[in-house]
Design a protein around this ligand. Structure first.
Ligand SMILES: [Zn+2]
Length: 310
C-alpha cells in the first residue's frame, strides 16, 4: 500500500483547485470523536460512496443527521422542492437537493431574504446532500450528514429555468488573483447575503474564498460578530458553502469545534498574503497518508441501517 503517500499528495494538490473539498476542516480536527464502528458494520469493507451514491430516495425513518460532515449519513431526509417562489435547485440530474429538515427550512428562509436584494430574485441552490447523505461518487468530501449546502454566487434574474437550463447554466466566479481579491462581479448584495447567512443561529460555518472574506472585513462598519463564521477556504468562488450545526437531539451528530474567537480577519489576510507571495514549501512537511475511500465500516454504525432502510 505504498501508493497511499502518493494519493495523499494528489489529494492535497486537488484540494487547492477543487471547489468544495473542505473535508480537511473536519479531518484534522482532533476534538471530533472517531466514528463508531460497532458490530453492525465492523468488517464491512464496501466502499461507502458506491453504496450511498446509487440510492435514489430518502430513508423512511425519523429525520436525523448522523456522524460528521465528512463521515456520516442522514436518515429521513427531505427534498428541497425543485422550484419555490424564491429559489431553484440546480443540476437536478445529480439528485443532491436533499437534506435534513432544518437545512431545507434554512435555505428557504435565506432565499426569502435574498429576494429582497436588488438584482436578486432569490437564490440558485447547488449541491446539498444525497437522499441518504454519505460520501458521493463525484465532488465533495463533506455534505454527508444533510447539513451542508452550496449557494451559487450568480444572482438569479429568473426562477423559471427548465430542467435542461439548470444543467447548462453555470455560476460565475467572483475572484481575481487566484482568490486574493474579489472581481467586478462581486457586489454589496453578495456581502449582505453572506451576512444574513452567517448571522443565522443555525449556521456553524460558511466557506468562501479568502479575498471575499477580506472584502467583508473591510466592508462591515457595525457589528462584526457574524464574520467569525465566515471561513476562508480553497475554491468557493462560484458558490459559498453553508454548514449548519447539529439539530438539537440528534445524539449521533458530530459538531465541529466552533471557529476561533474573533472576527478572523487577520487570519483571512494571512491567506491572502500567502496567495500573493506563496511561502516556500516546508521541507519537513510529510503528506498526510490517505486511508483510501471511506468504507462502510468507517462510517457510524447507524449508516448501515440508513442504507438498508425502506
Ligand atoms: Zn459545499
Amino acid at each position: 500500500m505504498g501508493s497511499f503517500v502518493k494519493v495523499g499528495v494528489m489529494v492535497a494538490v486537488l484540494a487547492v483547485t477543487a471547489s468544495c473539498r473542505n473535508n480537511d476542516v473536519t479531518r484534522n480536527d482532533p476534538s471530533l470523536p472517531a466514528a463508531s464502528t460497532a458490530a453492525q458494520n465492523a468488517g464491512d469493507d464496501r466502499v461507502a460512496k458506491q453504496v450511498f451514491g446509487h440510492i435514489p430516495t430518502a430513508s423512511n425513518q425519523q429525520s436525523e443527521a448522523i456522524g460528521g460532515y465528512a463521515r456520516g449519513c442522514q436518515a429521513g431526509a427531505v427534498e428541497l422542492p425543485e422550484t419555490g417562489p424564491t429559489w431553484q435547485a440546480m443540476r437536478l440530474s445529480r439528485n443532491r437537493n436533499w437534506a435534513q429538515p432544518t437545512t431545507v427550512d434554512y435555505i428557504q428562509d435565506l432565499s426569502r431574504f435574498a429576494a429582497t436584494l436588488p438584482g436578486w430574485e432569490g437564490i440558485y441552490v447547488g449541491d446539498m446532500s444525497q437522499p441518504r447523505g454519505g460520501p458521493m461518487l463525484t465532488g465533495h468530501a463533506s455534505h454527508q450528514s444533510g447539513l451542508d449546502a452550496d449557494i451559487w454566487m450568480l444572482p438569479p434574474n429568473r426562477l423559471n429555468l427548465s430542467r435542461q437550463e439548470r444543467e447548462d447554466l453555470s455560476s460565475i466566479s467572483m475572484r481575481r488573483e487566484r482568490g486574493a481579491y474579489t472581481n467586478s462581479d462581486w457586489t454589496e448584495e453578495h456581502m449582505r447575503l453572506l451576512r444574513a447567512a452567517a448571522s443565522d443561529d443555525r449556521t456553524a460555518r460558511i466557506f468562501v474564498f479568502p479575498g471575499a472574506k477580506v472584502a467583508m472585513c473591510n466592508w462591515e462598519t457595525g457589528d462584526r460578530s457574524w464574520l467569525n463564521k465566515i471561513r476562508p477556504w480553497w475554491g468557493h468562488h462560484y458558490h459559498f458553502h453553508v454548514r449548519l450545526t447539529c439539530p438539537r437531539g440528534d445524539s449521533s451528530c458530530e459538531n465541529q469545534a466552533p471557529p476561533p474567537a474573533g472576527d478572523g480577519c487577520a487570519d483571512a489576510q494571512t491567506w491572502v498574503n500567502n496567495i500573493l507571495n506563496p511561502p516556500p514549501p516546508d521541507p519537513n512537511a510529510t503528506p498526510s497518508p490517505s486511508r483510501g475511500p471511506l468504507t462502510m465500516a468507517r462510517l457510524p454504525a447507524q449508516c448501515t441501517s440508513v442504507a438498508n432502510s425502506n
